[in-house]
Design a protein around this ligand. Sequence first.
Ligand code: TXA
Ligand code: MG
Length: 313
Amino acid sequence: MAAGAMFEAALRSLTSGGLAAIPTETVYGLAADALDAKAVLAIFQRKERPAFDPLIVHIHAVSQAEMLAEVSPEARRVMERFWPGPVTLVLPRRPIVPDLVSSGLPTVALRMPAHPLALELLRRLNRPLAAPSANRFGRISPTCAHHVREQFPEGDFPILDGGPCHVGVESTVFALEPQALILRPGAVTAEMLESVIDRPVRLAQREERSASILASPGLLAQHYAPRTPLRLRQGDWDAGAGLLAFDGHDLPKNAVAEILSPSGDVAQAAHNLFAALRRLDAANHPRLMAELVPNQGLGQAINDRLRRAAGLG
Ligand code: TXA
Ligand code: MG
């Protein structure tokens, strides 16, 4: 389908209460009108996602954020500095947001994606879009249009192809209250957020993620999981496994491996992460082994996803 026709098909589907897969700078999303509870329900059904796992709402303007949530001066500073971009803010929700979107929590998660097609679609619709990652629940997030097609081969909703996602891992999920906590690490790091809000920002511990007030129940240990069992490297590489290496400097001879960034760049590694994991998963290895990457910048997000893929949360 030509690019313009694809865009119009997505627009039509979303306007009439249907679904569409949309590109963002992080991963592809499975979108529906966030203010239409029936449309939102279809996202949960299509993804086989449990109703207790709240969705992120995508918007194109800060004025839209104010319609949906209470925006403190501090939250506004974060928006002005990082939007459009890969950070999601968890804010007190206004009644206009259907309960289902935020799984009955008193908060709603908002973000403005930095992808020209997503922003254009949001402007044309002038409605917020609820969109979780466009994969079946618990599986690897899609970073290009064909990953979405593989997960949903039925072809019952349009997929807007915006090319490979630039960042490659999901947005930072950031709650300001009752404490400044990162519920899911992403490209916008604690240090970057601290520079804007002038108070300490830390990464939530596992228990804090499931505590009721900050409930981010989607952030369960078994997430981002390939079908092949995956272990994290502790000492030597396991020569009988499919290997996921950072820069590949000490791979055994004849190893079957994916190298995330030969030059050792964590941003490049994040960009390649999910596609590499998918290829390894499709290659019929008995098991997979992955190594953690330097824990700086996007390295924290990569290591978080690798731990989850290994079932360690
Ligand atoms: O980069 C991204 O954020 C992508 C693209 C499509 O925007 N979306 C994404 O959505 O990763 P999803 O549903 O796969 O992950 C959203 C996570 C959920 O696991 C959920 O736990 C958390 O955000 N979340 C959503 N609403 C929340 C809320 N009100 N309070 C705490 N956590 C929330
Ligand atoms: Mg997801």
